[in-house]
Design a protein around this ligand. Structure first.
Ligand code: ADP
Length: 720
């Protein structure tokens, strides 16, 4: 306890001031002035009754209006105090008087009759005289501005802390996003994507349970791709679907249909259960320790379907709304994009594998050459087998080395032909398409094979050639057979023709110099020998023609001349030598002296007409009529464009089933009795080749039991 020593004599005491010394008098004159100008409200109370002895204006201004302007002087403290604060403040004063110890009150707030709350620091100082507290000096300093400033500082600090917290959260969100998105980068398979994603989310948020369901594209159903389940649950995949089994998909399907996350909380469930009907979340039921489950559907930004659903269960909800859900939500479209891409990649890889398997199984050789490196990027086993290399030596080898690579160094004599198959690929790299080119390949073991190869460039979407492909098959056996056939034909031509020509010559000689007395039977026999010989010669000619056609085109000796006169001549000659049928020529829109000018090989046109006439006679009964017709086709100006020639018989016609095939080589309708008909089924084939070689076309029409009509249309030409 500490009391003030001297009593200040300058204070107003009741009704006036007691002056003691001159010096004191001088000071006393100025003391009120000083007191009025201190920034503190001051008041002196007597210790006994707590009456106000003296007070400066600042103090009085704090009182209720009726106590201002000196009206409170001499009155006890309690009268001028607001009722509410009266007891508390009086008690303070009393304690100061009793203890002699000053008392302070910091930032005392008051708002009565003042505009807004104002704050003061109070102090009560005991003033003692002769060891006893006689007075109490009250000083009140307003600290409203300081307090307000402090408050503003505090608010600013709080706001700053909040901003800092938000920034930190933002930073963590970004870090987590980076972790999650980087984890699924360059993954090419959906299952691997799901595992990587769950590991990343586990690292970031350590959830109690994690699972990823992917949308199956074919069925639009969800299937579990990966899961991190609590230890006490079996890690096998069927566990999680089991949670949803009874609910028909429940929250999982509900989440898939919305674009925002579905969050199920235990607290929420309690509330909902109190309200009435509700469906419990199967995961929350199965795992009581889980406080909340987030179902996050993954939609691509522009996507029309949900790619999958991520399920995460948390034991605590802290940071769920501020960190976990916003992070996952922001990641969702990117994850959906990556998942869709991985699906595409996986499908492509599957497709590529399937294609590879097919190519590997092909009996034809397939080689792919990369344009940039010039290396064989793919070759199937058949290709390696055909070319005589081991597959590993062929794939990856630069093309220009494949023929001279160790251990297959070819003797120089063979290198030229070994390179020939390379040329097909090189041409394809230049943009050329090669179709069915025969190439002789010399193989490292010295053997030679003939391959039929086709090659083509492979272009990227921008049109640049990235690869060349070559497909080839071994036709060595076929070539050998062909050669044998040709040799056979050459021999047959010579061996058959020579005796036939001799027989025919003698038969004609006998016909011309029929011996005296030769009876009709002998005459008929001789002419029959001649006829059959001619028929055989024609057959041999046809066979040779077909054989020639297989190798090259028929060489026509076309000349510019009239067709009508020679055509009429052919028919007239045929009329003379045909005894079995009634032949006649019909001219439509033509006069006998007219001309049909064009480019024709007359011998070949004659062969066409003779073939058609011979068939008409072969396939129609003896005595029936055969018509050869000619008609020009004119353009709008009346100029002849084409000539239509037809041969119409009254035979049994052509079966509609045979019709599409009669122009094929060696085709003979099965419907005829073969015994009476001689031929190899090549006549019409040859006829069509000849017509087409003239730029024309041929077809047949047939009505049941009304015979067949063969039409030939040949173009007429302009003069040279
Ligand atoms: P080929 O007469 O030697 O059998 P073609 O090539 O000349 O061979 O004729 C092919 C097939 O077309 C014949 O086998 C025959 O079935 C049918 N055919 C050809 N011409 C006639 C025709 N005028 N009337 C009925 N069928 C015909």
């Amino acid at each position: 306890m500490q009391c003030r020593g001297e009593t200040p004599s300058l204070l107003k005491r009741g009704t006036g001031f007691a002056m003691q010394t001159e010096q004191e008098t001088a000071l006393g004159a100025y003391a009120p002035l000083m007191l009025e100008h201190v920034p503190t409200a001051m008041a002196l109370f007597d210790a006994h009754e707590l009456r106000l002895l003296a007070a400066n204006t600042r103090y009085q201004a704090l009182l209720e209006p009726q106590w201002q302007h000196g009206h409170a002087l001499g009155h006890p403290l309690i009268e001028s105090l607001p009722r509410a604060a009266c007891t508390e403040i009086t008690a303070l004063f009393r304690r100061v008087v009793e203890t002699g110890v000053s008392s302070r009150m910091e930032a005392y707030a008051a708002s009565a009759r003042l505009n807004g709350t104002r704050y003061w620091n109070w102090s009560l100082e005991p003033i003692a005289e002769q060891g006893q507290v006689r007075y109490v000096l009250l000083t009140i300093t307003e600290v409203t501005l300081q307090i307000q400033a402090q408050k503003t500082d505090k608010q600013a600090e709080t706001a700053l802390a909040q901003v800092q917290q938000e920034l930190e959260m933002e930073q963590r969100r970004h870090e987590h996003m980076e972790t999650i998105l980087l984890s699924v980068r360059s993954i090419a398979e959906p299952q691997a994507f799901a595992h990587a994603l769950l590991c990343a989310i586990d690292n970031c948020f350590s959830p109690h349970l994690l699972a990823f369901y992917s949308t199956r594209s074919e069925q639009e159903t969800l299937s579990l791709l990966a899961s991190h389940t609590p230890e006490y649950l079996p890690q096998e995949t069927p566990v999680l679907p089991a949670f949803f089994a009874g609910t028909g998909g429940g929250p999982l399907l509900q989440a898939r249909q919305q674009r925002t996350p579905l969050i199920r909380r235990t607290s929420q469930e309690r509330e909902t259960s109190q309200k009435g009907s509700w469906e419990r979340d199967p995961l929350l039921v199965a795992l009581p320790e889980v406080a909340c489950v987030v179902y996050l559907p993954l939609w691509r930004a522009q996507g029309a379907r949900c790619e999958g659903v991520l399920v995460a269960g948390f034991v605590r909800e802290e940071e769920l709304d501020a960190l976990v859900v916003p992070t996952l939500l922001e990641c969702a479209p990117h994850l959906a994009e990556v998942l869709a891409e991985t699906r595409l990649h996986a499908a492509l890889a599957d497709e590529r594998q399937r294609l590879r398997t097919v190519l590997d199984q092909l009996p034809e050789g397939v080689i792919l050459l990369e344009a940039q490196s010039g290396k064989v990027s793919y070759a199937n086993p058949a290709a390696a087998g055909l070319l005589g290399y081991a597959l590993p030596h062929l794939v990856g080898a630069p093309l220009n080395q494949s023929a001279v690579m160790s251990p297959y160094r070819l003797p120089p004599a063979h290198q030229q032909s070994a390179f020939r198959w390379n040329f097909a690929l090189i041409h394809a790299l230049w943009g050329k398409i090669i179709v069915n080119e025969e190439i002789v390949v010399s193989r490292p073991d010295g053997s030679e094979i003939v391959v039929l190869s086709s090659a083509a460039p492979i272009r990227a979407s921008n049109g640049l050639i990235t690869e060349a492909v070559m497909v080839f098959q071994d036709i060595t056996a076929k070539k050998q057979l062909e050669q044998q056939k040709n040799e056979f034909f050459a021999v047959a031509n010579h061996e058959l023709r020579t005796p036939l020509t001799t027989v025919l010559g003698f038969a004609e000689l006998l016909q011309m110099r029929s011996p005296e007395g030769a009876d009709t039977m002998q005459q008929r026999a001789i002419s029959r020998i001649a006829e059959e010989c001619e028929h055989l010669v024609r057959l041999i000619d046809e066979l040779l023609d077909v054989s020639r056609l297989e190798h090259t085109r028929l060489d026509l000796m076309k000349k510019y001349h009239d067709l009508l006169a020679p055509l009429s001549q052919i028919v007239a000659t045929q009329v003379q030598i045909t005894s079995t049928h009634r032949l006649h020529l019909t001219l439509e829109k033509l006069e006998p002296g007219d001309c049909l000018m064009g480019w024709f090989d007359l011998l070949r046109i004659e062969q066409v007409i003779r073939n058609l006439l011979s068939n008409a006679m072969k396939y129609s009964p003896a005595g029936s009529e055969i018509e050869v017709g000619v008609r020009p086709r004119r353009d709008a100006q009346g100029k002849e464009q084409e000539v239509v020639i037809w041969v119409k018989d009254q035979g049994m016609g052509i079966n509609p089933l045979d019709m599409p095939h009669i122009f094929e080589c060696f085709y003979r309708a099965a419907t005829f009795d073969r015994s009476s008909i001689s031929g190899f089924g090549i006549g019409l084939y040859l006829t069509r080749q000849l017509v087409q070689a003239h730029g024309g076309r041929i077809w047949a029409e047939s009505t049941k039991r009304q015979g067949s009509t063969f039409y030939v249309v040949l173009p007429l030409g302009t003069p040279p």
